[in-house]
Design a protein around this ligand. Structure first.
Ligand code: B12
Ligand code: SF4
Ligand code: SF4
Length: 268
């Protein structure tokens, strides 16, 4: 492993990272690299643990400030550092909008195992990790890339499948509750009822909370996630947000209307 990369992550308190050959990754958005006229050769993949504490009516991730902010900060700093050493090379940082399947990359990098919940499970932080990546045209051997590993699977205990409110994990439902809470426009009565039952106005953590690998999940060492947490989102809190405050939240990308609708439907 390249020394610059290892010491950078150590300083940032990021314990799980690896370098992969881009060709070992699974491209899910073929357009991105072509549009940018960029020929990727390596991927630096890493985990951002985010568990803080239980939250009342939100997914744990949505209680903290928008995780894209910290992903942008970390990938930006890493890119600046690498650009000094490799001035002729190009870099792109991603988290969510990556050209590759981020779970697949983290899995073949050995950063965790694949759960039946569809999520990557890390040995220390359970499923409560975001996956981020920096893609570059530096050849993989120069960065000390690891060979891809076999994907290891969870114990298939079935707890996540049984707990899933929509049945999507049992191939019975059409949509994940996380997606339902984020959908614009009208929601069907049964969808609102599911949100009420799971007490969520944004996201869904049901399969994660049922998973035995999350029983002793460690809190994130990253201060970012402990700052400005919302314990329970209400209409009053939402209305008190200035435009700038609202923009710092993970649910901001769908606009105020969608979140306000969910709060109103659940009587918050
Ligand atoms: C679109 C999307 C969603 C959609 C659709 C989810 C979905 N299941 O694809 C919605 C809005 C529903 C959603 C919800 C959530 N999401 Co989401 N989502 C994404 C996004 C942006 C793209 C996913 C995608 O389209 N993948 C491509 C499709 C084709 O892949 P797939 O078939 O679903 O993936 C499976 C295979 O690749 C398989 N697989 C992998 N390797 C191998 C190898 C072999 C040999 C085989 C056979 C299979 C296999 O594993 C994958 C998981 O089952 C990713 C970021 C990214 N760029 O990857 C985040 C991502 C997957 N989401 C994430 C999170 C945190 C969530 C939520 C927990 C948020 C919440 N609390 O509400 C929920 C969890 C829902 C769930 N149980 O999956 C994290 C997952 C982190 C982790 N620990 O795994 C990601 C990686 C974002 C990130 N940057 O960290 N999400
Ligand atoms: S996030 Fe919720 S609805 Fe989606 S798969 Fe997990 S338990 Fe099912
Ligand atoms: S709840 Fe059980 S089946 Fe589901 S991901 Fe966790 S270990 Fe796997």
């Amino acid at each position: 492993m390249n020394e610059i990369i290892s010491s950078f992550f150590e300083e940032k308190k990021i314990e799980y990272f690896s370098v992969l050959d881009y060709s070992d990754c699974r491209e899910i958005n073929h357009g991105i690299m072509a549009r940018e006229n960029f020929s990727p050769k390596s991927v630096i993949t890493f985990l951002i643990p985010y568990y803080t504490a239980p939250v009342k009516n939100l997914s744990v991730y949505a209680a903290s400030l928008d995780y894209h902010l910290i992903i942008r900060e970390i990938t930006g700093e890493l890119i600046a550092l690498l650009s000094e050493k490799y001035p002729r090379n190009s870099f792109r940082g991603y988290g969510d909008h990556s050209p590759i399947d981020e779970r697949h990359a983290a899995l073949i990098a050995g950063l965790g195992i694949l759960g039946d919940s569809g999520l990557l499970i890390n040995e220390k932080y359970g499923t409560f990790v975001f996956i981020a990546d920096v893609v570059t045209d530096i050849p993989p051997d120069e960065l000390g890339a690891a060979a891809p590993r076999e994907v290891e699977l969870c114990t298939h205990c079935g707890a996540c499948r049984r707990a899933c409110p929509t049945g999507i994990l049992r191939s019975e439902g059409d949509d994940c509750l996380s997606a339902i809470t984020q959908r614009k426009g009208e929601l069907a009565d049964f969808e609102v009822e599911m949100m009420r039952k799971c007490d969520t106005v944004w996201g869904c953590d049901v399969c994660q909370l049922a998973c035995p690998y999350n029983r002793e999940v460690q809190k994130t060492p990253l201060e970012f996630f402990h700052l400005d947490r919302i314990e329970c989102l209400t209409t009053d809190i939402l209305e008190s947000f200035s435009k700038a405050d609202f923009a710092l939240r993970a649910f901001a990308w769908r606009g105020r209307k969608t979140v306000a609708r969910n709060l109103e439907k659940l009587g918050y």
